[in-house]
Ligand binder design. Structure first.
Ligand code: FNR
Length: 351
């Protein structure tokens, strides 16, 4: 069992990094480029006046940036988790574990996840399970890393492309509701790179969820990754499935406001400007997986620490230029939407 998990996890890392390199170091155009700030040359404030603090479902985070779910379950991915955890500790960003299904099936791999807490004893650490988990399994995942929150990943497209994947998703809403009821930590429902529609966010709110990470299309693509792992690449046509993070944020803004739910954004975030764009579209914080993984794998942990440090500095500098003293102030900036994103907003009846 653990060997199957282990080789799948190693494949995911290898294929995600390859995918990233194919995308010219993550700078290929994606839908974040259809979000532009109107430049107001006299709007600037002072760096000392800017606060990067944000609030996610009542929890204060010092920075609106986090390392999103990736890995664990094999020797190699345990070492990746060590590097990610050190980077989180040194930069103060929250960090999510990869899916802890491997640990729930095979407790011997516990150290490959526990390292997330051992290397980062005082940080904000998030556990991660799939939507088949029982409350008891979710609690075990939280306990292993003394997690401050739990992510439940929702990944129907990934599952159908995986030959060994699930084929029945009908009980997922009920499982989510049970976990929300049973656990003391906040529950985050997240996609894995295909996006969450307004209806999906509303459904999550119905289930008692207070935080949704829309994790949209445009970055790491699990249809393509799982397709490459199949003996025959049957699902090549799914490479473009789903909505981008900017589209999801626009789509779900009203629902999030009405249901008092915090939106997080991830999926295709390439640089600090994408972070600021997502915050301006209403995200409380922004998650990065593929880009940070490729920095860690190609240049090592010190490079990842300085990359995240640079991002935090530059997010602040962009806020200075935009005259936004706080993260919520970014929602008052002037945005121009273009191309397919503008068309998406129009088709969804959003001004
Ligand atoms: C992921 N992602 C992920 N998500 C999750 O909830 N549980 C998981 O186990 C994994 N595993 C995983 C492995 C690897 C190697 C990568 C790169 C990503 C998905 C991740 O959290 C995120 O939703 C997507 O990757 C989109 O963000 P990026 O990569 O475009 O920044």
């Amino acid at each position: 069992m653990s060997q199957i998990y282990g080789s799948r996890k190693d494949d995911h890392v290898r294929l995600a990094v390859e995918q990233h390199h194919l995308r010219s170091a993550g700078l290929e155009l994606n839908q974040f480029d259809e979000v532009r700030f109107v430049h107001h040359a006299l709007a600037g404030s002072a760096e000392s006046a800017v606060s990067l603090g944000t609030e996610v479902a009542g929890i204060a985070w010092d920075v609106p940036l986090y390392i999103n779910a990736m890995t664990g379950g094999s020797a190699g991915t345990g070492e990746i988790n060590r590097g990610l955890a050190i980077a989180a500790r040194q930069t103060g960003v929250p960090i999510a574990s990869g899916s802890m299904s491997a640990y729930l099936a095979e407790p011997a791999v516990a150290p490959t996840y526990r390292v997330l807490r051992e290397e980062n004893p005082d940080g904000f650490v998030i556990a991660n399970v799939n939507a088949n988990a029982t409350p008891e399994m979710a609690q075990r995942a939280v306990d292993l890393i003394a997690a401050n929150a739990l992510q439940i990943h929702i990944n129907t497209i990934q599952e159908i492309v995986m030959p060994e994947g699930d084929r029945d998703f009908s009980a997922w809403p009920e499982h989510i509701a049970r976990i929300v009821d049973a656990l003391d930590v906040p529950v985050i429902v997240k996609e894995v790179g295909f996006g969450m529609s307004a209806a999906a966010v509303a459904r999550a709110a119905d289930l008692g969820v207070s935080i949704v990470d829309v994790s949209g299309r445009g970055g790491t693509n699990f249809a393509t990754i799982e397709n490459a792992r199949r003996p025959h690449e049957d699902f090549a046509y799914l490479g473009d499935w789903g909505q981008s993070a900017p589209a999801c944020l626009i789509d779900a803004a009203d629902v999030a406001r009405q249901r008092e739910l915090s939106l997080l954004a991830s999926g295709g975030v390439r640089h600090p400007l994408d972070v600021v764009r997502a915050l301006a579209l209403g995200a409380r914080a922004v998650g990065v997986s593929g880009y940070f993984l490729s920095v860690l794998q190609s240049a090592g942990v010190d490079a990842l620490v300085s990359t995240i440090g640079d991002w935090i500095t530059q997010i602040r500098q962009l806020m200075v230029v935009l005259g936004a003293r706080t993260v919520p102030d970014l929602a008052q900036t002037d945005l121009l939407l273009s191309g397919n994103l503008a068309e998406f907003s129009r088709l969804r009846g959003i001004d």
